[in-house]
Design a protein around this ligand. Structure first.
Ligand code: ACM
Ligand code: ZN
Length: 778
């Protein structure tokens, strides 16, 4: 009886258990490593349990700003699940997100508390609520970003407590609309993407030489003429011809005041302030093309289509007309943009015309100005008075320091941190945007593998090292640092996908440098969170760059064994690099790179970064060319320059070839001196060819050799010249790589001396650099 009861009981229990487990789905178990919010939050604590969104989840709000913030998430759930989540004003029992106003929190700060029962977001301002929602969004599965319905997603998020607030007030991105025009819809998309990163300033560069992009009703020629240039888009930027003023421009565009107001209103909804930049006194060829009387010479010009340097057609600082014009323009600008700041540019003015213009000279005399720097300072101070009289503050590029800073001006420091340091030292506010970290028109990967870009290379990890506060600053100076900003100059960027490619993911890295506590900065941790951001970008259709996945190589030589070890790496820690040698295919079954690959003969290598067994980014390909000089002693009869040492004493025989980036650390260089090196093959070897790997980059004073001589010796003392190579100087505008091959009749020898020089006429014209990456002896 007893046994039979237990048996029945057990059977029923088992049945019930099966029944339960069928209907029971297991909650996801979260740890801190699952929290992928970018920028990193100030503090968080993950608790056990989850909250799950479903079609009955409610949003509890008590005012409009809370409701607007909630709407962002409601819209997302509508798109991905077709749910109509409701907003209510009364708290219910469970399954709700409640917004609480907490005036003790700072302006943009928020707290986010998730329990299995409900979620609460507290803030004192709209931005705070918005940022709470953005963080909530980044706790959700990345499919929340989908632009179409998704199925089989459980919308669970971990129970968590987050406290968060920004480190800096100014977290900006600048879009250059002049060099290439981008329309209102693209600007709005960009606002969405920057708001997701809790960035709060969109600086619009609306005026430059290459196009005037804002409708000004009182001066219609600014957009009738100034917004259009002769279409030379098929030509590289630096090779475009000067346009005549008669030729009608057909390439360009502008934003109407209505469109700009729409952008401003949209930005406000996303917590973003739009700061307009109206350049003066230089970078205004487009305005002068429309109204030549604004310049000193009053000479008609065409809107330029490409590179323009120096910029001498600038506003006349003597004529009253210039100031009346600019006040008209700014009146209309101020009417459109409610921002606290008006950016007046101020950079890169070549003031030669001011030195001879009678109007400018008269002004200098009248005002007791000693030089044209002081005249620019007068110009900016006068504009500042006007801008202040309208209740706004002036901000300008760091050149506004020259000749004396306007009393209340804020400085945007771009030529490094120097201008920012100086301005903060004088008690002025500063926004840091130094080229090395913040210029997103720079390359983000090896230039060989990237679309044409400006300047040098600013990788994702370099951006992540940005800090707007300089160590040497006093606390008071540091308090004047409002924050930092990325600038995307658009000379080489003409399409929306390309613009996104330059901005993302570098802006994600920058967002963390201006939002998160400095102490929490951690590249490994950031790069883990970034993978989830990439998934979001994939859903959102944002064309982010995968340049940080590019595999790069380095070489170590083993002098004893005459081998080289190939080291593959990439910007990410513990990345899964796989490689294939010679004819092997590169795929998921390829060998993982775990230790240096030792090579003793010419070998072709392919490698790539794999994530979840899928090849990510471009394939690295190289052929490591072995020759008889590899890992042998090189005697330097003339020394290489200390600025370009390459890998040091074995650089010329380490098989590692240089790229067009002359700062890639693979080149040895000689300045204003010939190369004279002897390679010791240790024993007599049969050879019949010497190859010199070289580069030309004439803009930077780097020239191909004009003479190469090869000598051999068996004792290292008496050398015979066996061949030489002469080449005339040829103008060459582009950086280029070339192997100079010098064959000769086969011979046996131990010492090979190579002399390389430049002809005197190059040296007379320029500083003459000779760059050599490898000397191959075969
Ligand atoms: C600048 O890059 N000229 C501000
Ligand atoms: Zn003048």
């Amino acid at each position: 009886m007893k046994n039979s009861f237990s048996l029945k009981f057990l059977t029923v229990l088992a049945f019930l258990l099966i029944l339960c487990s069928c209907g029971l789905k297991t909650d996801k178990f979260f740890t801190e490593a699952d929290i992928k919010i970018i920028p990193k939050v100030e503090s968080l604590q993950v608790n056990s349990g989850v909250f799950e969104f479903n079609k009955n989840t409610l949003f509890v709000v008590t005012d409009n700003s809370q409701e607007t913030a909630a709407q962002l998430l409601i819209d997302k759930f509508k798109t991905v699940n077709n749910w109509d989540l409701k907003v209510v004003s009364e708290q219910t029992n469970d399954n709700y997100i409640v917004f609480n106003t907490d005036v003790s929190l700072k302006n943009e700060a928020y707290t986010l508390r998730v329990t299995s029962n409900n979620i609460s977001i507290s803030a004192s301002s709209y931005s705070g609520f918005l940022y709470g929602v953005q963080s909530l969004r980044m706790l959700l599965p990345t499919a929340i970003e989908s632009k179409k319905q998704v199925s089989d997603i459980v919308w669970q998020i971990p129970n968590i407590e987050i406290k968060d607030s920004p480190r800096f007030k100014w977290r900006g991105l600048m879009l250059d609309l002049s060099r290439h025009f981008f329309d209102k819809d693209y600007i709005k998309e960009t606002i969405d993407a920057i708001s997701l990163l809790k960035m709060n300033v969109l600086h619009l560069h609306l005026v430059d030489d290459h196009g005037w992009r804002i409708e000004i009703k009182k001066h219609p020629r600014l957009t009738e003429v100034g917004a259009w240039r002769v279409d030379q888009e098929h030509m590289p930027w630096n090779k475009r011809a000067t346009n005549s003023p008669e030729e009608k421009g057909t390439y360009g565009g502008f934003l109407t005041q209505e469109e700009l107001k729409e952008v401003v209103a949209y930005a406000e909804l996303k917590g973003v302030e739009v700061v307009p930049e109206i350049e003066m006194p230089a970078h205004v060829s487009s305005a002068i093309a429309a109204y030549p009387e604004l310049s000193c010479l009053e000479k008609p010009i065409g809107v330029p289509s490409g590179a323009l340097w120096p910029i001498t057609d600038i506003y006349c600082a003597g004529k009253e007309y210039t100031f009346e014009f600019l006040e008209d323009v700014l009146m209309e600008v101020i009417d459109i943009f409610p921002s606290k700041y008006i950016h007046i540019g101020g950079d890169e003015a070549t003031k030669t015309n001011w030195k001879t213009c009678p109007h400018c000279q008269k002004r200098m005399k009248q005002e007791g100005l000693h030089d044209v720097e002081e005249l620019q300072s007068y110009f900016v101070k006068r504009m500042e008075k006007f801008i202040n009289s309208k209740g706004k503050k002036l901000i300008g590029w760091d050149e506004i320091l020259e000749g004396g800073l306007a009393p209340g001006a804020t400085v945007m420091s771009w030529r490094g941190f120097k201008g920012g340091l100086q301005a903060a030292g004088q008690g002025h506010d500063v926004v840091m945007t130094p080229t090395d970290f913040c210029y997103f028109d720079y390359y983000q990967g090896p230039p060989e593998q990237e679309p044409v870009a400006g300047g040098s290379v600013t990788t994702l990890s370099k951006v992540y090292q940005f800090d707007p506060v300089v160590d040497s600053m006093t606390e008071e100076e540091a308090n004047h640092v409002l924050g930092g900003q990325a600038n995307l100059w658009a000379e080489h960027v003409s399409t929306e996908p390309h613009s996104q490619y330059m901005i993302f993911p570098r802006l994600a890295a920058l967002s963390e440098t201006v939002w998160s506590p400095k102490a929490s900065r951690n590249w490994d941790d950031f790069s883990n969170r970034l993978i989830s951001m990439f998934q979001r970008y994939d859903y959102l259709g944002i064309n982010y760059a995968k340049s940080s996945f590019i595999v790069t190589s380095d070489m170590k030589i083993d002098v004893q064994n005459k081998t080289v070890s190939l080291i593959l790496h990439n910007e990410y820690p513990n990345s899964n690099i796989k490689y294939a040698l010679n004819d092997e295919a590169l795929d998921n079954n390829s060998k993982p790179f775990v230790e240096p690959i030792i090579l003793s003969k010419t070998t072709a290598v392919k490698a790539g970064l794999f994530k979840d067994d899928v090849l990510f980014g471009d394939i690295f390909q190289d052929t490591i060319k072995f020759h008889k000089g590899v890992a042998n002693n090189v005697m330097y009869n003339t020394d290489f320059n200390e600025r370009y040492q390459g890998a040091g004493d074995f650089n010329l025989v380490n098989t590692l070839r240089g790229t067009k980036n002359f700062r890639d650390g693979r080149w040895q260089a000689w300045l204003n001196s010939g190369v004279d090196v002897t390679i010791d093959l240790e024993t007599e070897k049969e050879i019949n060819q010497v190859t010199v790997g070289s580069m030309e980059n004439q803009k930077n004073g780097i020239f191909y050799p004009t003479l190469i001589q090869v000598f051999v010796s068996n004792d290292g003392e008496i050398f015979n010249e066996i061949t030489s190579f002469n080449r005339l100087f040829v103008l060459n505008e582009n950086p280029e790589l070339k192997d100079f091959i010098l064959p000769f009749d086969t011979l046996n020898t131990r010492f090979v001396k190579i002399k390389i020089s430049l002809s005197n006429n190059i040296r007379e014209r320029n500083e003459g650099w000779i760059f050599v990456d490898e000397i191959l002896i075969d």
